[in-house]
Design a protein around this ligand. Structure first.
Ligand SMILES: [Zn+2]
Length: 335
């Protein structure tokens, strides 16, 4: 077994042992058939690890793909070897998870006085590890775009957890520094050892003051009259460390300026020649469209450009793009 594999299996073992301890605690409180069955499955996975059988399909003896194992380390068989009944149950669960996740997105038609906002959200599979949110509070517009490590249901669950963390912290009206430190702590406590999230959190006020914290995420772009300004990451991703310092950048937006956030599904989209769309491609597109363009048209133009660039290539990663334009003249200020 390669060193990388050993490290990976050791981390799975740790996760399983931690899960086993939690399940045992639950069982000590009250007997539950469901928890007993789960404990049995965890023990069986630990047994497979000890005997070098982890990741081997029990039916076809083929390899269970690592991305499927990362989503569910309790898997005993590869997807091809599931019975039709098991497959239907899995599809049903996934559809339900996708519906729940869609319900957690901000509405497409968002009415925030003084702001025009639009976004594009397209999971690569049924569910997404991207999290996009916009929330008004105390006269401020709060917005966030995050990308959780991993894929599939595990990433989607963590993205939902991240949403709960931010939605509960924003109304506390903390400084961004405090908010990010607390969010990091909460997220670190609930994530598994190898899970993390990169994100940009932003807060803007009625007079155009903009504050941004970029935690290991792709650069945020601010399109204004003098061109597109790039805000690189200035903090570590969430979940890496239990305690960390946060740097916030501040800028002033003029009417018509637009903040654009995106995930790597956008910047790393590739064409049949294996070329990446790139941050520069996105920056150029924004520079061309801005300032005559509203966020809805900008997002639409980006979707079309990406689809044309990708051509026959399949979407490899979750794709999210959020554009917010400061438009104080269009309606009353935020209240
Ligand atoms: Zn199989």
């Amino acid at each position: 077994m390669a060193i990388g594999e050993t490290v990976y299996v050791n981390s799975v073992r740790e996760q399983l042992l931690a899960g086993r301890a939690r399940l045992s605690d639950v069982l000590a409180e009250s007997e539950s058939e469901h928890v007993l069955r789960l404990l049995d499955e965890v023990d069986s996975a630990l047994h497979r690890i000890e005997h070098g059988k982890f990741g081997v399909c029990e039916v076809c003896v083929g390899v269970v793909p690592s991305e499927q194992l990362a989503e569910n380390p309790l898997l005993r068989v590869c997807l091809d070897c599931l019975t039709p009944k098991q497959q239907r149950a899995l599809e049903y669960d996934l559809e339900l998870a996708a519906q729940i996740q869609k319900g957690l997105l901000p509405p497409q038609e968002m009415a925030f006085p003084g702001w025009e906002i639009s976004y594009h959200y397209q999971p690569a599979g049924m569910v997404s590890g991207d999290y996009c949110d916009v929330m008004k509070d105390d006269g401020h517009l709060n917005f966030i775009l995050a990308d959780v490590s991993g894929k599939g249901v595990a990433a989607a669950m963590l993205a939902s957890n991240l949403r709960a963390v931010f939605r509960s912290l924003i109304p506390l009206r903390l400084s961004i520094e405090d908010l990010m430190v607390r969010a990091n702590r909460l997220f670190h406590e609930s994530a598994l050892p190898n899970q993390y999230a990169t994100l940009v959190f932003g807060r803007a006020s009625n007079d155009g003051q903009l504050e941004l914290a970029n935690a290991g995420h792709l650069p945020a772009l601010l399109a204004g009259k003098s061109g597109v300004t790039i805000f690189e990451s200035n903090c570590k991703p969430l979940g890496f460390f239990s305690d960390d310092s946060v740097h916030v950048v501040r800028a002033r937006m003029s009417p018509g300026d637009t903040v654009v956030l995106y995930t790597d599904g956008v910047s790393e989209a590739s064409n049949p020649d294996g070329e990446e769309y790139g941050i520069e491609g996105l920056r150029r597109l924004i520079a061309e469209q801005h300032p005559s363009c509203c966020p809805a048209r900008l997002v639409d133009a980006c979707k079309q450009r990406l689809a044309a660039f990708r051509g026959t290539m399949e979407r490899a990663d979750d794709e999210t793009l959020l554009a917010l334009q400061y438009s104080p003249g269009t309606s009353a200020a935020i209240v």
